[in-house]
Design a protein around this ligand. Structure first.
Ligand SMILES: *[C@@H]1O[C@H](CO)[C@@H](O)[C@H](O)[C@H]1NC(C)=O
Length: 442
């Protein structure tokens, strides 16, 4: 492990471009400033990119801002980037398949960033992951302060124990998602009553839940199940993460810009169910609502009119839709139970046919959105190869044998490449596209 890491380090040393505060990006040869940085510490957040990746270009300014802000904050984390098309061995070492991929390196560990690609979210992630795995809450005031700033925190209460070791291990894995604290009994809010110490609690939904070794299984999978609020606004990034959750996702998909009476009712029903039936459904369902149906449409390759209620199995990209209208909480309960007992019709999935269909759907929507965004440019991009082909055929037919090579090479090779390069830039400007791509690689 350490030898391997040493080799990687040495390789990285010569290839990482440092994004520094004054917006200099050193080219990916040995960069002296960087070498110094690198040797003095092992904290890095790296972007693995490819020059042809359109989204990487759009993302570039954000990445620079991250670099500048971390530097001005005095963060020990260095920001860099690696061209994976040049350094293919590093890309395969880290199994990089989507672009841009963001990873944080902390000593021998690496952590994947899977959240939204915004400056604030990346900086929050960097500070959380690069800091201590367990953060002590040493006073009542500090406890209150932390609670008021986070929707969800895990807290270990007690002294050293076997449970604490387990907690530390789980925290190392899940710190990419949330914060882990330790506290003594004295600093807990008055409302918290413990049967046993040591204990692990999750504070969320304006209350707290305690881990029970006998009912909840091992600590790590309990943390995985509890790391989201019971009901919240789910975006495409958190939905994507729910593939690892082994829970079904019950969603009210609504249009927040034009909230109808029905969408308010769907949201209320979901929220009520998530609290009143928590014990019943906590290991089967994650509840939430989503604003806009774009992502779901892509997932189910169809269009459902908002608002609607849907249950998703993110592990297999499967879904169920209610067969009749949902008016009451009983209707919703009946629907959720029918999904659990298998009587509801499961649609979608990730079989061969679904895969093929998904690729077609994606290609179609890409082309459509491209023509919508830039009709003239698209005509040019799609027209150019055809034009060139016609030219080549014409040139081949009319050329005298001695001139054969020239027109073919000169006319085809480079323009076609250019057209593709440009085409890629226009193609995927939105993050939804990216997520579904990122999803495919896993
Ligand atoms: C999702 O579907 C797969 C295959 O049918 C099944 O094995 C798995 O249990 C489902 N996931 C959940 C959370 O029900």
């Amino acid at each position: 492990m350490s030898l391997r890491f040493f080799l990687i380090n040495t390789a990285l040393l010569s290839v990482i471009a440092v994004v520094s505060g004054n917006y200099n990006v050193c080219s990916f040869m040995l960069c002296d400033v960087f070498a110094l940085y690198f040797l003095s510490c092992h904290f890095f957040i790296l972007q693995f990119y490819a020059p042809w990746c359109a989204y990487c270009h759009t993302f570039e300014p954000t990445w620079h801002e991250v670099g500048a802000e971390l530097k001005s904050m005095g963060s020990p984390v260095n920001v860099g980037k690696i061209d994976t098309t040049v350094h293919t061995s590093i890309a395969s070492e880290f199994n990089i398949r989507g672009y841009p991929t963001i990873k944080l390196f902390k000593g021998e560990l690496s952590f994947d960033y899977k959240g939204p690609r915004t400056k604030d979210a990346i900086i929050e992630f960097t500070n959380r992951v690069s800091g201590p795995v367990l953060r002590p809450l040493s006073s009542v005031q500090l406890f209150q302060h932390v609670m008021s700033h986070h929707d969800l925190i895990f807290v270990y209460i007690g002294r050293e124990s076997f449970l604490k070791k387990e907690y530390y291990k789980a925290a190392t894995e899940y710190i990419v998602h949330t914060y882990f604290f330790t506290a003594s009994e004295e600093v807990l809010p008055k409302a918290v009553t413990l049967q046993d110490v040591p204990a692990v609690a999750v504070f969320k939904d304006r209350t707290y839940y305690l881990y029970n070794e006998f009912l909840d299984g091992d600590l790590s999978s309990w943390i995985n199940r509890e790391r989201f609020p019971s009901y919240f606004q789910i975006d495409s990034f958190s939905l994507y993460q729910m593939g690892e959750l082994s829970k079904l996702v019950a969603l009210a998909v609504v249009d927040e810009k034009n909230p109808s009476e029905e969408s308010v009712r769907y949201k209320t029903l979901m929220e009520t169910l998530s609290t009143e039936y928590r014990d019943h459904y906590k290991s089967d369902y994650q509840f939430g609502f989503m604003d806009g149906n774009e992502y779901i449409n892509g997932l189910i390759m169809g269009e459902v009119e908002m608002p609607f209620i849907i249950v998703l199995n993110m592990t297999i990209d499967g879904y169920c839709l209610p067969e009749s209208k949902i008016e009451t909480i009983e209707d919703l309960l009946r629907f959720l139970n029918s999904v659990l007992d298998g009587s509801a019709k499961l649609l979608g999935g990730n079989g061969f046919l679904q895969h093929a269909k998904r690729s077609l759907y994606k290609a179609k929507s890409t082309v459509v959105s491209m023509f919508q965004a830039a009709p003239f440019f698209s005509c040019f991009v799609f027209g150019l190869p055809v034009g060139i082909a016609v030219l080549v055929i014409w040139a081949t037919c009319t050329a005298v044998p001695a001139d054969d090579e020239k027109p073919v090479e000169g006319a085809t090779a480079s323009p076609v490449l250019d057209a593709h390069g440009k085409k890629a830039i226009e193609l995927q400007p939105d993050s939804t596209e990216k997520t579904s791509e990122a999803k495919k690689e896993d």
